[in-house]
Design a protein around this ligand. Structure first.
Ligand code: HBI
Ligand code: FE
Length: 278
């Protein structure tokens, strides 16, 4: 299930030359400089201030268990805590890796985490996911059992989707439900998506702005929903529980082919059957 470098965007920042065939490489935690740990602590402090009001309970509980406040986490230490919780471990990667390799790691409960951290001048926005986006944004929720099961099942679907030319619908599912997912908790909209929780602007926008559409999660709708990669999201999808995501994976194989052939829904557009969440 390895991909090859040519289907990656050009000019990626990471050190791909020293990566193994499965795109993993040693994290070399001792090599991070004090300035890099300081960048992490600045980002962590800024986001931690927003979490009590805007982040999902399971995300906050995972962050408490993994304790990332001191600096860039040592993946080996985080993996031992995570393995005890849901059997997931972290693998260090140079950055974005080909879909095939990415799905293959998820299917094994290995979460790929980028090794490098953004420069101080990129504090507000970095084009490619760095260790703050991946570790702070994605990893805490891997302690939630239903979400942990969902993400492994998602990885297992990757091989089948690649075979039938349905990687685009599967990428939409990841984008909307792993990167930008919202959950309703006691009537309140809370963020659990990594793309939201690793960005201060998006954390506030996604949970409080009246501008974006917030729709009830529906797998068919999400698989057709296109998205912007470099702007605040105009549409978010809301689940009531993480078990709902895992439940959706059962019907996903039958939905992929229809989604592959269906007309995409443009970012921000309404579609028949949409259930707006007030
Ligand atoms: N690689 N390291 C890394 N992290 C991702 O989130 C990632 C990736 N490769 C592909 C990818 N995401 C998306 O195409 C997913 O939809 C598969
Ligand atoms: Fe991500």
């Amino acid at each position: 299930m390895e991909g090859s470098l040519q289907n990656l965007p050009a000019g990626l920042r990471g050190d791909y030359a020293s990566a193994r065939a499965d795109f993993t490489l040693p994290q070399r935690w001792a090599d991070y400089t004090p300035a890099e740990h300081a960048t992490w602590r600045t980002l962590h402090a800024r986001q931690a201030a927003l979490l009590p009001q805007h982040a999902a309970a399971a995300y906050r509980e995972g962050l408490r268990q993994l304790d990332f406040a001191e600096g860039i986490p040592d993946f080996a230490l985080t993996s031992s805590r995570l393995r005890a919780a849901t059997g997931w471990t972290l693998v260090a990667v140079p950055g974005l890796i080909p879909d095939g390799a990415f799905f293959g790691h998820l299917a094994e409960r290995h979460f790929p985490v980028t090794r490098w951290i953004r420069r101080p001048e990129e504090l507000d926005y970095v084009v490619e996911p760095d260790v703050f986006h991946d570790a702070f944004g994605h990893v805490p929720l891997l302690t939630q059992p239903d979400f942990a099961d969902f993400l492994e099942a998602y990885g297992r679907l990757g091989e089948r989707a690649a075979r039938i030319g349905a990687l685009k619908p599967l990428a939409r599912l990841y984008w909307h439900m792993v990167e930008f997912g919202l959950i309703r908790e006691s009537g309140l909209i809370r963020a659990y998506g990594a793309g939201i929780l690793s960005s201060s602007a998006e954390t506030v926008h996604a949970t409080t702005s009246r501008k974006p559409r917030r729709l009830r999660f529906d797998a068919r709708r999400v698989l057709r929903s296109d998205y912007f990669i470099d702007d605040l999201q105009p549409t978010y999808f809301v689940i009531e529980s993480y078990a709902e995501l895992f439940g959706a994976m059962r019907e996903l194989p039958s939905l992929l082919e229809a989604a592959r052939d269906a007309e995409p829904i443009p970012p921000g557009a309404a579609a028949p059957g949409d259930q707006p969440i007030t």
